[in-house]
Design a protein around this ligand. Structure first.
Ligand SMILES: Nc1ncnc2c1ncn2[C@@H]1O[C@H](COP(=O)(O)OP(=O)(O)OP(=O)(O)O)[C@@H](O)[C@H]1O
Length: 243
């Protein structure tokens, strides 16, 4: 079953910039999916459209089988979003933040189990502003899960984390997949996309230019890793654009 199905989606901002130009994108339920592309390719716009934050002009978007924007009310209860700059409520404790987010969704979520999963026990009564960046990220991810979502959107989840914190967040993300949650990542870290993703899509100038398993894209460009394959793909596209 498809968790997300976008067909021929177009979006032009008020300033005239065409951010999406007939985007087609399918995400299978229960997979870890990474959306890649250079700055300005349209990744954030895509995520905003599929998470009901932004209206699109043309095309068709279905999330969990329901058409947007008509089903946005319903869909918003089924998705969790961790924005790049998660702040939370800095004067509330970790536990209070999680309680607040779970109440927002009006779902019965076991806060203790979230605190355990994210190894936050030591910090549960500390105010968010007292935490390091890495632990704030953990709270961000835990907050996005406080509504027991079927789909989780993670925008650059590991920016600024030390290598150990990154790895531990990767393990948490893999654990979410095992629980059946569809994880949609945007990242500029190609090693992260390579290690975590079942499917990778590259967008460029508002359109999908590659889709596949990380290994398939690496093989296509006869490279050792996804980053080298991705850079080769971009080089080819930039060459085509300059012709
Ligand atoms: N609110 C906005 N108003 C006008 N133009 C916008 C707006 N948001 C994005 N754009 C433009 O739309 C295009 C796509 O932007 P978007 O933020 O979706 O790209 P991105 O792939 O997420 O980039 P990055 O990797 O830098 O975050 C860019 O040309 C950007 O300047």
């Amino acid at each position: 079953m498809l968790a997300i199905d976008m067909k021929d989606v177009w979006k032009t901002y008020k300033n005239g910039i065409q951010a999406l130009k007939g985007l087609n994108l399918q995400v299978e339920s229960g997979e870890i999916f990474s959306l890649l592309g250079p700055n300005g390719a349209g990744k954030t716009t895509t995520v905003k459209v599929m998470s009901c934050i932004l209206k699109y002009d043309r095309g068709n978007v279905k999330v969990l089988g329901k058409e947007l924007p008509d089903s946005c009310g319903e869909i918003l209860r089924e998705v969790g979003i961790m924005p790049q700059e998660f702040q939370g409520f800095t004067d509330l404790t970790v536990r209070e933040n999680l309680e607040y987010f779970s109440k927002l969704y009006d779902k019965e979520v076991n806060i203790d189990s979230l605190i355990d999963t994210f190894e936050l026990k030591k910090y549960e009564n500390k105010k968010l502003r007292e935490l390091s960046g890495g632990y704030k990220r953990r709270v961000g991810l835990a907050s996005a899960l406080a509504g027991d979502p079927k789909i989780l959107f993670l925008d650059e989840p590991t920016v600024g984390l030390d290598p150990k914190a990154r790895r531990s967040l990767w393990d948490i993300i893999k654990g979410l997949k095992e629980k059946g949650i569809t994880v949609f990542l945007t990242t500029h870290y190609l090693d992260e996309a390579e290690k975590l993703s079942d499917t990778v899509v590259v967008i460029y100038d508002g359109r999908v230019v590659r889709r596949g398993k990380p290994g398939e894209i690496i093989d296509e460009f006869k490279k050792e890793n996804l980053e080298d394959a991705y850079l080769e793909l971009l080089k080819n596209l930039e060459g085509e654009n300059n012709e």
